[in-house]
Design a protein around this ligand. Structure first.
Ligand code: AMP
Ligand code: MG
Length: 282
């Protein structure tokens, strides 16, 4: 199995040019059919590893999903995250800020949603919108958004060092043609027509601006403690394969263990489960 963690990570300090990355890339598998068993195996392992995290309560995981419209953020939640136990897993979507949120610093609305010990949190959009849509649409002047990369790095370092949070950030990278094809599929699918908005099409005019803004995000905020991965996402199955493999590998490397029982099991057995004890209680 190729190591997609190594292949797709943005090395801290490197200069990514998205033009040089092929959103059609699909590794060694040729089709969903070929990859399906591996994806399934990854999902089973994810479930087991998350159970360990929940039981051990020493680690937490924050997954950030970003991408252009129709890039597959919801798809990753549905196909990769859905296998995890919802008791210790939260998906949080970040939309346009409310009036109250806008009266605070941009991280104010984010911080309450970071994962507690033992938890996994998935951000469907995130604090990165404040250097993406906000920059592309000039919602605040450059003097305001440009210091945010450093502010984000410091925020993420705080989560990693103070609370032992592992952070994985995925940029789901589709081509402009693939985006249009997905919009068209939505148009023809009664179950998904509700997702279409006029602004989705208008946003396409800003495509180059978004690509430039994403490149800055990748180049300025991929760190040892919170790396970015560029996931070629034109093939939904490859996207799911790569994301599930990267999360699986990350969790495995945490070397988590079930905590030992807090009670004397032999004693409990003797007291409540011997023939005599069970007879007495019945
Ligand atoms: P969706 O993810 O399709 O439900 O759309 C959510 C919308 O909220 C997107 O158009 C985002 O660009 C927008 N959004 C999210 N965060 C922010 C933010 N901090 N400032 C402005 N717009 C945002
Ligand atoms: Mg949308």
């Amino acid at each position: 199995m190729p190591n997609y963690y190594k292949k797709l990570i943005v090395e801290p300090g490197s200069k990514v040019k998205l033009r040089e990355i092929d959103p059609d890339y699909h590794g060694k598998h040729e089709s969903h059919k070929e990859a399906a068993a591996t994806i399934q195996k990854n999902l089973e392992k994810l479930d087991q590893l998350q159970y360990l995290m929940y039981a051990e309560k020493k680690h937490s995981l924050l997954i950030v999903l970003q991408g252009l419209d129709a890039g597959g953020k919801d798809g990753v939640v549905r196909h990769v995250i859905a296998g995890m136990n919802p008791a210790a897993c939260r998906v949080v979507g970040f939309k346009q800020p409310t009036a109250e949120e806008l009266e605070h610093d941009f991280l104010w609305r984010i911080h309450p949603h970071v994962p507690a010990n033992g938890e996994v949190a998935i951000f469907n959009r995130s604090h990165y919108e404040d250097v993406l849509v906000v920059r592309v649409h000039k919602l605040v002047p450059k003097e305001v958004w440009s210091p945010r990369y450093e502010q984000i790095n410091r925020f993420e370092r705080l989560l990693a060092s103070e609370n032992n949070t592992t952070i994985l950030k995925f940029f789901l990278y589709i081509s402009k043609e693939e985006q249009l094809a997905r919009f068209k599929q939505r148009l023809d699918d009664p179950l998904r027509q509700w997702k279409i908005s006029d602004s989705d099409y208008k946003e396409r005019e800003y495509w180059d601006g978004y690509i430039e803004a994403f490149e800055d995000v990748l180049n300025k905020t991929s760190t040892e403690y919170a790396p970015w991965f560029v996931i070629p996402a034109n093939h939904k199955w490859f996207r799911n394969l790569a994301v599930s493999q990267i999360i699986r590998r990350t969790l495995k490397n945490m070397n988590m263990k079930l905590p030992p029982p807090t009670v004397d099991l032999a004693e409990i057995r003797k007291q409540y489960h011997t023939a005599a004890a069970e007879e007495q209680k019945s």
